[in-house]
Write a protein that binds this ligand. Structure first.
Ligand SMILES: [Zn+2]
Ligand SMILES: [Zn+2]
Length: 470
């Protein structure tokens, strides 16, 4: 394999069905005999409305490649067109495409949600001739594309920028490549799903082209199959108002599933007065360990319910796990903790005080402790009031892991906690750095934001699989 080759961009691909192969494309056999390259550069010559003088550094950015749309989140530098040369009123923008990239290909749908996107798996050229470069593209399919292919497919199941990855490939002229745009993979079981904006390209299903089967059935890998009351899956950017449904996630390694709130309520999967718990709902939420099938050992005694009547529990009195009093009571050592009324389930600080472990979370930010005791929820639509379409799973899981790390008797963590930089902290406890960190300013900001967010106030539902608070 050689390094890179360059070609010139030509006009748009015509529309003649879904992803039609180029008429003059080489056969698979011819393609197989060509020279192979790891990357190709595509030149786009754009006219610039320039006067006689140099018009500054912005001159080349108003090109028609659409590359300014690129998220750039893949870490690839290939989306930054460089100005290769300047010739009076014409400029050449260059975009680099590598094998493995997800690329936008020119079509009549440029600039719309139905834009054409495929994965480049091979780059070949008949010769070093600048106009004879070909790429093998595995196409991704939008809901609209799938509806054209599969009669029974309902395009509204897909978000506008959602795609199914397919095993359908064609050989395309590299001159139709427009831009590199990252395609996020979204797994319904993930503790670290991508943060989605309306125009974020993402995929969570595959299309078997020959069998005309999309698997998993878009957005239906959730809730209880056969019992779910929602006729639709979960579309993060649905046009249907009635899809505006809240879902809860059980992060236990033995569950890892989202459930519709309306289904949980219908199945009566809600805290029962017949089951009592020593600890309050916030502690019980915190005890649901995303890395284990069992409750957090330190809290298990207080959170595993029993069908006795040793305490009269009424969780409805404590729907707000982020109340002012929680903030205050978690604000550090030295604050006297008074025993709750006998009929009141214990909050976290009382549970820890009873075990003489009050000090373990003293250095943690109040917002972190608050979020660790919240439900994991999501709601379709643009981010608002703390709600996001992919949910708060990443942040709550991070907060719980940080609290568990503080529970650990490993003094090397606690003693050096404040001395570690955010990356070191995350490395130490094995959490992802890129979303949130134990870095104090992050949690200070979150504490302010929580005052206006609404996602934490949810009915006290439980997981239909493990009965944990979710
Ligand atoms: Zn359901
Ligand atoms: Zn569960």
């Amino acid at each position: 394999m050689k390094g890179k080759i360059r070609c010139r961009r030509k006009g748009q691909k015509s529309q003649g069905g879904v992803f039609p192969a180029s008429k003059d494309a080489p056969s698979a056999e011819q393609f197989g005999r060509m020279l192979r390259f790891g990357q190709c550069e595509v030149e786009n010559i754009v006219s610039v409305e320039s006067d006689t003088e140099e018009s500054g550094s912005d001159t080349g950015s108003s090109d028609s490649t659409g590359s300014s749309d690129s998220t750039g989140s893949s870490g690839s530098d290939s989306t930054n067109p460089s100005l290769a040369q300047k010739d009076d009123t014409l400029q050449t923008n260059v975009v680099t495409f590598r094998t493995g990239d997800s690329a936008v290909l020119a079509s009549h749908y440029d600039g719309t949600p139905n834009l054409w996107v495929g994965y480049i798996t091979e780059i070949c050229a008949e010769s070093l001739d600048i106009d004879k470069v070909w790429v093998k593209v595995f196409w991704t399919w939008s809901g609209r594309d799938l509806q054209a292919l599969i009669q029974s497919f309902d395009a509204s199941e897909f978000a506008p920028y959602e795609r199914a990855v397919s095993n359908y490939a064609t050989i395309e002229s590299a001159s139709t490549l427009l831009d590199v745009k990252h395609m996020y993979e979204w797994d319904e079981q993930s503790l670290d799903p991508p943060e989605l904006d309306f125009d974020t390209l993402f995929t969570r299903s595959t299309l078997s082209y020959a069998r005309k089967v999309v698997n998993p059935k878009a957005a239906f890998e959730m809730c209880l199959p056969g019992k779910c009351r929602s006729p639709r899956g979960y579309n993060p950017f649905s046009a249907h108002q009635h899809d505006d449904t809240i879902m809860h996630f059980c992060p236990r390694i033995t569950c890892r599933r989202w459930y519709h709130q309306i289904c949980l309520l219908h199945w009566n999967k809600i805290d029962s007065s017949a089951v009592t718990h020593l600890a309050d709902r916030g502690v019980r939420l915190l005890a649901v360990d995303p890395d284990d099938g069992q409750s957090c050992p330190l809290l298990a005694y207080y959170t595993d319910g029993s069908e006795s009547n040793m305490m009269q529990v009424d969780d409805d009195e404590h729907p707000d796990v982020c109340s002012e009093s929680d903030h205050q009571s978690n604000s550090g050592p030295g604050i006297p903790i008074s025993a709750p009324e006998p009929s009141t389930p214990y909050p976290l600080d009382f549970v820890l005080a009873e075990m003489s472990r009050s000090d373990v979370i003293a250095d943690l930010p109040p917002a972190l402790i608050c979020i660790s005791q919240c439900p994991i929820v999501r709601r379709p639509g643009p981010a608002q009031d703390g709600w996001t379409p992919a949910g708060n799973v990443k942040e709550v899981v991070l907060a719980r892991r940080l609290v568990y790390a503080a529970f650990e008797p490993d003094e090397s963590i606690n003693d050096n906690w404040s001395a570690l930089n955010p990356q070191e902290c995350c490395d130490r406890i094995g959490v992802s750095f890129r979303y949130a960190t134990p870095y104090p300013p992050y949690w200070q900001r979150r504490e302010k934001e929580l005052e206006t967010e609404t996602w934490m106030y949810q009915p006290p539902v439980i997981c239909p699989n493990c009965n944990a608070a979710i």
